[in-house]
Design a protein around this ligand. Structure first.
Ligand SMILES: NC(=O)c1ccc[n+]([C@@H]2O[C@H](COP(=O)([O-])OP(=O)(O)OC[C@H]3O[C@@H](n4cnc5c(N)ncnc54)[C@H](O)[C@@H]3O)[C@@H](O)[C@H]2O)c1
Length: 430
């Protein structure tokens, strides 16, 4: 089938590459000319495991191409995905201006029946809104369907998630569109939930808010564990075996971050309040998330008490491993708290240092060797559980650190081993 994705960011690129991988002819479009130039030259502008390989393979076999001419890309396809950003506006609601701009361009270039697929995360009612914008901007009568198809991929395992989804959700009242979407996704062999557009839009927000709730819940449990002398990792393990609870998203740490959870929680609150509902529970989840980051920063500061001009080492900056995405990463909140009194901070991340430099305060030293971070620090704070950090030779780290103190905010290290080696180890809730 002939498919176009409009917006070649994390979701658009992965969608385009994976749809080509399962046999469709795909054009990835974006108004960012530099991004498209890079892609045309075979350079993938984001870090996502496995993405470079499938983009290279599918551009080579002719099933995938990239253009900055969005009208041309719309004209060439029968299914057009909207995959542009929906960042929070000043009130926390999703900013729909990019989606609306794309809808207008689609209307201006609608030459035959097409399905317009909203894959961006959008408020309930957006399928209707996009259809209205298209209708208002058509110069002559044309047939089209707008459907909702929220995306659940996780950065860091996006290709794997897209190719092996737990489920695909399609929101449409059109039999014709439902049939074609079924055909599009058939090679994935995944359960497909076909529902009305409003429910499909709600599934996405409800899922992310629920996962954020699990994170804040386990962080609260971790803080109580600290007080009562329990180990939150053991508690989560014991809870996770219960099928009603599950193991996922029960890892205590510095709070949730990334481009989706904080934004989608804000948007959900805004949707609720627009409809006169006070989603008190979700407000608590978000407050807890802010408090957790402050608590982590306070604890790190406490671990430096009594030291003159302490030096702090940061291992990991991205909001999670296997991504270069720094949007809403806990590091962005925690590091400024540690940087007070012009303290020396030295940091390492395997892939996100260039992005981090644009967002963090000046005066941080970035190094490409994690051992150098340790050598130059009185306290090492692990902020992201990259394999490159977990599996450091901690014996060697101990040798290079004058003051071997580690704050493992991801509970990704082995406390017994570190203590045996002579470290002072602090985790979260253990
Ligand atoms: N990143 C994730 O993990 C993830 C997961 C699920 C859903 N989502 C949702 O998917 C959407 C996209 O997120 P993302 O992280 O890929 O965003 P992104 O910022 O990485 O990419 C958006 C792209 O859209 C392009 N763009 C903007 N306006 C355009 C226009 N008029 N025409 C063509 N291109 C245009 C931008 O240049 C950019 O390249 C958001 O709604 C997000 O909430 C994201």
């Amino acid at each position: 089938m002939k498919v176009t994705t409009i917006g070649s960011g994390y979701v658009g690129l992965v969608t385009a590459a994976c749809l080509a991988q399962i046999g469709h002819d795909v054009i990835g479009a974006d108004i960012d000319k530099d991004k498209i130039k890079q892609l045309q030259a075979g350079k993938v502008p984001i870090y996502e495991p496995g993405l470079d390989e499938i983009i290279a393979a599918n551009t080579a076999n002719g099933r995938l191409s990239f253009v900055d001419d969005v009208p041309e890309a719309i004209g060439a396809s029968d299914i057009v995905f909207i995959t542009v950003g929906t960042p929070p506006d000043e009130n926390g609601a999703a900013d729909m201006s990019y989606v609306k701009a794309v809808a207008k361009t689609i209307a201006e270039n609608l030459d035959r029946y097409k399905i317009v697929v909203n894959k961006s995360t959008v408020p309930v009612g957006s399928t209707v809104l996009v259809a209205k914008v298209i209708q208002e901007n058509l110069s002559e009568r044309r047939e089209f369907d707008v459907i909702s198809n929220p995306e659940f991929l996780r950065e860091g395992s996006a290709v794997e998630d897209f190719l092996h989804p737990d489920r695909i959700v399609i929101g449409t009242d059109s039999q014709r569109a439902a049939g074609l979407m079924n055909e599009l996704y058939k090679p994935l062999n995944s359960p497909i939930v076909i529902t009305d557009p409003a429910s499909a839009e709600m599934v996405k927000y409800a899922s992310n808010c629920f996962l954020a709730t699990k994170v804040s819940f386990i962080n609260a449990i971790a803080n109580i564990c600290d007080a009562v002398g329990a180990d939150v990792k053991e508690v989560a393990l014991g809870m996770g075996y219960d099928k009603r609870i599950g193991f996922e998203f029960l890892r205590a740490g510095p709070g949730f971050g990334g481009s989706c959870f904080p934004k989608d929680c804000h948007a959900m609150l805004s949707i609720a309040s627009d409809h006169g509902y006070d989603f008190e529970l979700l407000r608590g989840v978000m407050d807890m998330n802010v408090r957790q980051k402050n608590l982590i920063a306070d604890q790190a500061n406490k671990m430096l008490e009594g030291l003159k001009d302490p030096r702090i080492g940061i291992l990991g900056l991205a909001f999670k491993p296997n991504t270069d995405d720094m949007r809403d990463a806990p590091a962005l909140d925690i590091i400024p708290h540690l940087k007070k009194d012009n303290r020396k901070i030295v940091a390492f991340d395997p892939v996100s240092m260039d992005n981090a430099k644009k967002l963090l305060p000046d005066g941080i030293e970035y190094v490409s060797d994690p051992y150098e971070v340790c050598e130059k620090s009185d306290l090492v704070v692990v902020l992201t559980e990259w394999d490159e950090i977990r599996w450091l030779e901690w014996r060697r780290v101990k040798e290079v650190m004058k003051r071997p103190v580690v704050y493992d905010t991801r509970n990704c290290l082995d406390p017994q081993n570190l203590r045996r080696l002579g470290f002072t180890y602090q985790g979260v809730g253990r």
